[in-house]
Design a protein around this ligand. Structure first.
Ligand code: ZN
Length: 501
């Protein structure tokens, strides 16, 4: 009996997954190829398909099927049980929100987004303020619909990092913030780290692109099951396990920007290319959280791509693509250029030492807004005070302050913490990797990333949503996720006497 129902569930969810893939493909095209005048029609197409996807997921038939299969739960094998309970989770989250609320939220989202674009251009928070007030109000109601035990922020967090709580984040970040501030202050006291003169020249785009392709191939990214294009903001998307695409962007005055971006998105893409083929079109072919997804991108970008052994391999490669520009370059100089530390106003430009501080101040502000401790009107003052406190900088205007990120205009609160968690998970997993693969750094020096990828496939990728992020980290490392490994990594890399500085 459950066999027939499981087949039915797979078929129904498969239809939903197909529509979601079509949405992803239209969105990819919107960022990569679509001419500007196509925007209005594309918006309608995406809205229609999103409505269709929602109806397929929340249909009465789907509900009845999940109810029956949920009751049969104990009689199912582990894979089928995971399939049923993960699908049930998505179904439940989707049906907790009344349709009228979902529509209203989408309408306010697009108004808020447009207002944010204008406000950021004018660097005037007052233009965005009423929209953000509406968003915060709607987010509180959303939390009420989903339900929560301790704080409404927990209910929002569950969209991005299931299993994580506000209380636990306060503990983790509470330990991280003072130690990172201390490290940044120590580095600042040792004098400014300037951009090296050799970097400031023309690095032609075709050679940059060829370099990113060589590095992606070496990482194990399968170009037969993906491709790389250009877009304003780099991202990874997939339309199935065998079509995982990434984008990058090129800065003609800096070859590292595209390379690090490609390695970052490549890390995301290797994760998605690593889901088991039999999970195709099912809820299991997904990461269990954004934090664990981000751990994969940051591991490749930072722990590998910003390491000295990597540059022992990559410097000759860079020289092959840029025989004139990089003739005199050596691995140590490349390593130093990629690991300069300087507090800055903009999160997406932040280095490894300061990045989490940008996230933590956003987390503190979001929790205060959602819990009603902070009024939207006071946001710029609080923001600027925290930037001064955490990074020692004065915020000159709202555009470089509280208006810099797109997230709040989309009503995405609970998202930012996943970036910092990605750093922490990556460092914790990596300590284990170095222990499990004693020859890792020698392999990296030779451009051999296969053993590293095999480890990630085994301990992270193949599980899809069978395990929560916390379980993946715990099972792989024997410890609950915490800040210790990341702090050890920062101290080792940036604390004390920095190599060659
Ligand atoms: Zn990412």
């Amino acid at each position: 009996m459950p066999e027939a129902k499981l087949r039915d569930l797979r078929a129904r969810f498969g239809e939903y997954a197909d529509v979601k893939a079509a949405i992803a493909l239209l969105s990819w095209d919107q960022e990569v190829y679509m001419p500007p005048k196509g925007a209005a029609a594309r918006g309608q197409q995406l809205a229609t398909l999103s409505g269709l996807a929602h109806r397929l997921l929340t249909s009465g038939e789907m509900g009845a099927l999940l109810k029956d299969l949920g009751e049969a739960g104990d009689g199912l094998g582990p894979d089928d049980r995971a399939l049923v309970f993960e699908t049930l989770h998505d179904y439940t989250r989707a049906t907790q929100l009344p349709e009228a609320f979902v529509r209203r939220f989408a309408e306010e989202q697009s108004k808020a987004y447009e207002a944010w674009v204008r406000a950021r251009r004018a660097s005037d928070f007052a233009m965005f303020r009423p929209h953000l007030e509406t968003m915060v109000d709607l987010l509180r109601r959303k939390a009420d619909y989903h339900g929560y035990e301790q704080t409404p922020y927990d209910a929002l967090l569950a969209d991005y990092e299931r299993g994580m709580t506000t209380a636990r984040l306060r503990e983790i970040f509470g330990e991280l913030a003072p130690k990172q501030r201390d490290l940044v202050a120590r580095i600042a006291a040792s004098g400014p780290q300037r951009e090296p003169a050799w970097l400031d020249q023309e690095w032609p785009e075709p050679a940059q692109e060829a370099l990113t392709v060589d590095v992606l191939r070496a990482m194990g990214y399968d170009f037969e099951a993906g491709r790389q294009d250009k877009s304003a903001h780099p991202f990874t998307t997939n339309f199935g396990i065998r079509d995982v695409r990434i984008t990058t962007r090129f800065n003609p005055r800096d070859p590292f920007s595209a390379l690090m971006g490609s390695m970052h998105e490549g890390g995301h893409a290797l994760y998605e290319q690593g889901f088991p083929p039999e999970d195709e079109r099912s809820v299991l072919a997904e990461a269990p959280s954004l934090g664990i997804h981000e751990s994969q991108s940051r591991l490749w970008e930072n722990l590998i791509g910003r390491s000295l052994p990597f540059w022992r391999w990559c410097t000759p490669l860079l020289q092959r693509h840029f025989p004139d520009q990089a003739r005199a370059l050596n691995p140590e100089a490349a390593y130093r250029a990629l690991n300069r530390v300087a507090p800055s106003l903009i999160r997406v430009e932040a280095d490894e030492c300061t990045y989490n501080l940008h996230v933590i101040l956003r987390f503190e502000i979001e929790v205060a807004l959602i819990e009603g401790e902070l009024a939207v009107a006071d946001l710029p003052d609080v923001w600027n005070g925290k930037i001064k406190d955490y990074l020692g900088l004065d915020v000159p205007d709202d555009a470089r302050g509280c208006l810099q990120d797109i997230h709040w205009s989309h009503g995405a609160m609970g998202y930012f913490p996943t970036y910092a968690l990605g750093n922490l998970y990556a460092a914790q997993l990596f300590e284990e990797i170095v222990e499990d693969i004693p020859a890792l750094w020698t392999q990296v020096e030779h451009g051999d990333f296969a053993p590293l990828l095999a480890w990630l496939r085994e301990h992270v990728h193949r599980h899809g949503r069978r395990k929560k992020a916390v379980e993946i980290v715990r099972d792989a490392t024997g410890r609950e996720p915490d800040a210790q490994a990341f702090l050890r990594y920062l101290e080792c890399k940036f604390g004390g006497n920095r190599e060659g500085s």
